[in-house]
Design a protein around this ligand. Structure first.
Ligand code: FAD
Ligand code: NAI
Length: 462
């Protein structure tokens, strides 16, 4: 039994970042993690392994489709799936060990095992009960499946199984055209599988700016991904060599089915709070299972805080990290702050899709007067050189004040480009501020400047 200023439960991006910041602020800190390795969903079975597979398969796609155009002729690489898996695992291991190193460097104690909170101020790990002035719950989330589907993580999988399939399947049905479905669908499409995405709604990626979502779907269709839209999946039955997904089309209630070697269930994630003992403590939950918090991330029980996927808001690693840093400041007696209006979202497909702030649909709903500055990557020399002229940058600015309200990018390195707009928004910048900033030539970021120019007197290369 030991005494701490802070015990963080969960070693994912929310928890480990929080623990490191607490220690940096002079608090005696421990972090409880039940997995064998630190880093949570993100490093072990989420962001990092998926990006490794996206990178490897994007490289394959480039070799197969674009190398010859650049005069790089010869046989395309063949795929060694076991090697690709071990490359992915090396990337994961390097990152999870990195967090262990950071814990040692910052003197954060890793309490290995599953933690529970028997009483406010106490955390139990195995048989040991530790005391802490502050407890921060960062227990994350798990995949949520649908009734009528028995996930076996073999051929009926969530994202976790999809990252480690035994072999490359010939066909994949993805249930849900959200971020996981489209990223993992892209991976298996590039590896040669026949990929069909079945989506309940009439548009992909719910919540995304509708114009961007439409373009994105067109591009994915061009890449060979099939979409069945407006279809509510009813169930999946497991056969000997194939699985059958049945769905009902919402427009006419007609039923249909589709067979595939592998079915990926990507219908969202739910907060994970099992075994923490929150109910007995009187910690209130939201209707959808998230831990209820106030403006300072404190739960309904004093001294117990919660952050990350376990609370409301976008289930994103960087949102969890920001909350982790902010709550560390709060328990250290400082002012923690997260600007929820400026949290970027990125889909790491090819092209990448990135957004921040309001969508056009949200602005319309709010009745706000806005203007749109758009610029196509066709007018960007660098994007054309890498055969990625298809996308665009769209900046939404207040009609009267020119203040940037949102931005949506589909195109090369969109996930990096979005951050200059995030910084601009943090500083309350106008589109003209971006437009007057010199951007190096030739870079993809010139497209951002051109979109900002398009909010005013017009883009140059349009
Ligand atoms: P988690 O990362 O889920 O970590 C929680 C940790 O707490 C887990 O390790 C769990 O074992 C531990 N834990 C839970 N209960 C206890 C307990 N009682 N005792 C001890 N330990 C406990 N987000 C992005 O921003 N970018 C991406 O590219 C991206 N890609 C993703 C790809 C996939 C396939 C998936 C599934 C998710 C992806 N995400 C991505 C989402 C991202 O992984 C999560 O938003 C992020 O991990 C949330 O961090 P967290 O710290 O709140 O929770
Ligand atoms: P999601 O919420 O993004 O998408 C789920 C999709 O499934 C929705 O489009 C929904 O309409 C559809 N759906 C639900 N029920 C259905 C049914 N019965 N039939 C057909 N379609 C159905 O969830 P997803 O993709 O599982 O991702 C979970 C979380 O992980 C997301 O919140 C995301 O933020 C995070 N994530 C982030 C990544 C990134 O930042 N690049 C990458 C991967 C995941």
């Amino acid at each position: 039994m030991a005494e701490f200023d802070v015990i963080v439960i969960g070693g994912g991006p929310g928890g480990y970042v929080c623990a490191i910041r607490c220690a940096q602020l002079g608090l005696k800190t421990a972090c409880v993690e039940g997995r064998e390795t630190l880093g949570g969903t993100c490093l072990n079975v989420g962001c990092i392994p998926s990006k490794a597979l996206l990178h490897a398969t994007h490289s394959l796609h480039e070799a197969e489709h674009n190398f010859a155009k650049m005069g790089l002729k010869g046989k395309s690489p063949s795929v060694d799936w076991d090697q690709m898996q071990s490359y992915k695992q090396d990337v994961v291991d390097g990152n999870t060990k990195g967090i262990e190193f950071l814990f040692k460097k910052n003197k954060v104690t890793w309490l290995k095992g599953w933690g529970s909170i028997p009483a406010a101020g106490q955390v139990k790990v195995g048989e040991d009960v530790h005391t802490a002035k502050n407890i921060i719950v960062a227990s994350g989330s798990v995949p949520s499946s649908l009734p009528g589907i028995d996930v076996d993580e073999d051929t009926i999988v969530t994202s976790t199984g999809a990252l480690s399939l035994k072999k490359i399947p010939k066909s994949v049905v993805v249930i849900g055209a959200g971020v996981i479905g489209l990223e993992m669908g892209s991976v298996y499409k590039r590896l040669g599988a026949d990929v069909t995405v079945v989506e309940f709604l009439d548009a992909i990626t719910p919540g995304m700016d509708a114009e961007v979502a439409r373009s994105f779907q067109k591009m994915l269709t061009k890449q060979g991904i099939n979409f069945v839209m407006g279809a509510a999946v009813q169930g999946v039955s497991k056969g000997k060599n194939k699985n059958t997904v049945t769905y009902k089309l919402r427009k006419d209630e007609s039923e249909a089915s589709i067979d595939a070697e592998v079915v990926l269930v990507a219908t969202g994630r739910k907060p994970y709070t099992d075994g923490l003992g929150l109910e007995a403590l009187g910690v209130e939950l939201e209707k959808r299972g998230q831990i209820k918090i106030d403006d300072h991330w404190q739960t309904s029980v004093k001294g117990i805080y919660a952050i990350g996927d376990a609370v409301v808001g976008p289930m994103l690693a960087h949102k969890a990290e920001d909350e982790g840093m902010a709550v560390a400041e709060v328990v250290a007696g400082k002012h923690g702050h997260v600007n929820y209006g400026v949290i970027p979202g990125v889909i790491y497909s090819s092209p990448e899709v990135a957004s921040v702030g309001k969508t056009e649909e949200q602005l319309k709903e709010e009745g706000r007067a806005y203007k749109v500055g758009k610029f196509s990557f066709m007018g960007n020399a660098r994007a054309k050189a890498i055969f990625q002229g298809d996308g665009f940058v769209k900046i939404l600015a207040d009609k009267a004040t020119d203040r940037i309200l949102g931005a949506h990018i589909i195109g090369p390195c969109a996930g990096d480009l979005i951050h200059e707009i995030c910084v601009a928004m943090e500083f309350g910048a106008s589109a003209q501020d971006l437009a007057l900033t010199c951007h190096a030539h030739p870079t993809y970021s010139e497209a951002v400047r051109e979109a900002a120019l398009a909010c005013g007197d017009g883009a140059i290369h349009a």
